[in-house]
Design a protein around this ligand. Structure first.
Ligand code: CP
Ligand code: NVA
Length: 296
């Protein structure tokens, strides 16, 4: 997340907000990215990331290729470095969803085109752009907004910490011992003046929060730990009781997919506090703005 500055994030959000307004007025297509191609490489499943990037490119007049890693020679042992060089001669940008963050970093090292993290074990920055856009639309500005993350200090949490630090928000993370966010990211946030409050107490984190956010207890790649994770996280659920601790006008967020009855109750998902579908929609607008920034 720290690859983007505050000025760059503000510019992306402004463009994304303009695109959202235009689309709601029925202006869906432009030719701003005519002749440009984006490749999406997936090592893991995806609904929102894949569909929002595909539709974003199509509505901007560009081309998009969605590729499963195992359909490529990568799946048969071709090295990342040669793959990155070859992709650089065909397409204008690549988005990668990878198990290991180092896969994306290595691809970027050898590519001569922009490489976008579409989720790794460490980060999910495209999700954070949509999250910031969603928070801004409800809270008007981001600086000073108090965010509480409930549950796993995972990839989505790590990028959100970065996003909060860059834009001047406060963030508390409630998680069981052993599931804290990445220490290096927490340290970089502190260097930007954002001291992440890490606690085991979900109610403490939620107290007076403007935003409550969470994610699944078992991320893609963590399936072997399903039993121990479900046990560790059972006190880390966004439910009506937890909402009572937050501010009256709190919004509830989740990057989705949601595991109903685990990290969030059915009641909360369907309550007027929940903004999860706008959050998902904002992936489209934020990524359009990102592609315009990277490819124009
Ligand atoms: N939030 C998110 O990235 O969803 P997908 O896994 O469906 O892409
Ligand atoms: N933390 C989740 C996010 C899914 C969008 C995972 O990595 O599976």
């Amino acid at each position: 997340m720290f690859d983007l500055s505050r000025v760059e994030i503000e510019a992306i959000l402004k463009t994304a907000e303009g695109l959202r307004t235009e689309r709601k007025e029925g202006k869906r297509t432009s030719n701003a990215l005519e002749g440009k191609s984006l490749a999406l490489i997936f090592e893991k499943p995806s609904t929102r990331t894949r569909v929002s990037f595909e539709v974003a490119m199509l509505e901007l007049g560009g081309n998009v290729l969605s590729l499963n890693r195992n359909e490529l020679q990568l799946g048969r042992g071709e090295r990342i470095r040669e793959t990155a060089k070859v992709f650089s001669s065909y397409v204008d940008a690549v988005m990668i969803r990878a198990f290991q963050h180092s896969t994306i970093q290595e691809f970027a090292r050898y590519a001569s085109i922009p490489v976008i993290n579409g989720l790794s074990d460490l980060e999910h920055p495209c999700q954070t752009l949509a999250d910031l856009m969603t928070m801004k639309s409800y809270k008007n500005s981001l600086a000073g907004v108090k965010v509480a993350w409930i549950g796993d200090g995972n990839n989505v949490c790590n990028s959100l910490i970065g996003g909060c630090a860059i834009t001047g928000m406060e963030i508390s993370v409630a998680c069981p011992k052993g599931y804290e966010p990445d220490a290096k990211i927490v340290k970089r946030a502190a260097e930007l003046g954002c001291e992440v409050n890490i606690t085991e107490d979900a109610e403490e984190a939620a107290t007076d929060a403007d935003v409550l956010s969470t994610d699944v207890w078992v991320s893609m790649g963590d399936e072997d730990e399903t039993k121990s994770r479900k046990n560790a996280f059972k006190e880390y659920q966004i439910n009506e009781d937890l909402i009572q601790a937050a501010k009256e006008d709190v919004i509830v967020m989740h990057c989705m997919p949601v595991h109903v009855g685990e990290e969030m109750t059915e009641e909360v998902i369907n309550s007027d506090k929940s903004v999860i579908f706008e959050q998902a929609e904002n992936r489209l607008h934020a990524q359009k703005a990102l592609m315009l920034t990277l490819l124009n």
